[in-house]
Design a protein around this ligand. Structure first.
Ligand code: ADP
Ligand code: MG
Length: 257
């Protein structure tokens, strides 16, 4: 059975896509069979995986509304060594089109159920919203990974997301849980970041991952080469951190099993 995790935070630019792509590549390096699902019309996770989004005839949009099959849509990140359900700007229509379908909130869940035995991990890159698309991700997953920057308003946004997770658990997906908070783009020289980091630990305890992802320009450069950061420059601090994060997650999953 695949472990299905969504990488979510309703704020934009907090490192969701960077985390999804690099975690996928990191787990693949550990010989895990990984599927990355891009649920953002920006298609950044698709491009960051080395898949040209404008050349995708079939995307996760056609799959969700039932116009294409999984095998027609699924493609491969040759760079990252994992499978990808790609997205492009067509996906912007998904939010509205889903509404006219039966069971709009569990379309993705039903699709992933069918391919469950092909993967060890399914990682879903969520859009920056708490929309029907994000609800689809939360209904499919057993856990949520929340990347966050240690900034003043980060904690405020976090409570909205935690409440959404609780609501989904109560109404739709009783086994959904928060796997953990990942501190990203971290700069330990900044006192405020240290303070917020300490606050997170206080409030969430071991729900905060030990691994901290530093701010590192190599991670930001990698997508323009169509490569996950850990492939683009494996010796960079950012790459090493995401490799460590992959191992930490594997460890957690194995200890829980
Ligand atoms: P989101 O998917 O939440 O919108 P992204 O992963 O796209 O966030 O990250 C936003 C921007 O920050 C991107 O330009 C990305 O390259 C950059 N970025 C993400 N993580 C890091 C990091 N650890 N160090 C430096 N830049 C980063
Ligand atoms: Mg993104």
């Amino acid at each position: 059975m695949a472990k299905i995790f969504c990488i979510a935070n309703q704020k934009g630019g907090v490192g969701k896509t960077t985390t999804t792509v690099n975690l996928a590549a990191s787990l693949a390096k550990e010989n895990q069979r990984v599927l990355l699902v891009d649920l953002d019309a920006q298609g950044n996770a698709t491009m960051g995986s080395g898949v040209e989004k404008t050349e995708c005839e079939n995307t996760v949009y056609e799959l969700l509304i039932g116009q294409s099959s999984f095998d027609d849509v699924c493609t491969r990140s040759e760079e990252g060594n994992y499978d990808v359900l790609p997205a492009n700007r067509d996906f912007a229509a998904a939010e509205i089109d889903l509404m006219s379908l039966d069971n709009p909130d569990t379309r993705l869940k039903d699709i992933l159920n069918e391919v469950d035995d092909r993967y060890d991990f399914v990682l879903i890159d969520c859009p920056p919203s708490l929309s029907m698309v994000t609800v689809n991700a939360l209904c499919s997953a057993e856990g949520v990974i929340i990347p966050m920057q240690c900034e003043y308003f980060a904690l405020e946004g976090l409570s909205d997301l935690v409440n959404t997770i609780k609501r989904i658990r109560y109404n739709k997906n009783p086994t959904l849980r928060m796997i953990g908070l990942l501190r990203v783009m971290f700069d330990g020289r900044i006192t405020l970041q240290q303070q917020v980091s300490a606050q997170l630990k206080e409030n969430f305890g071991d729900r905060v991952f030990d691994t901290v992802i530093p701010r590192n320009v190599r991670l930001a450069e990698a997508p323009s080469y169509g490569q996950p950061g850990i492939i683009y420059d494996p010796s960079s601090r950012g790459a090493k951190a995401y490799k460590a994060f992959g191992l930490e997650l594997l460890d957690r999953v194995r200890n829980e099993a």
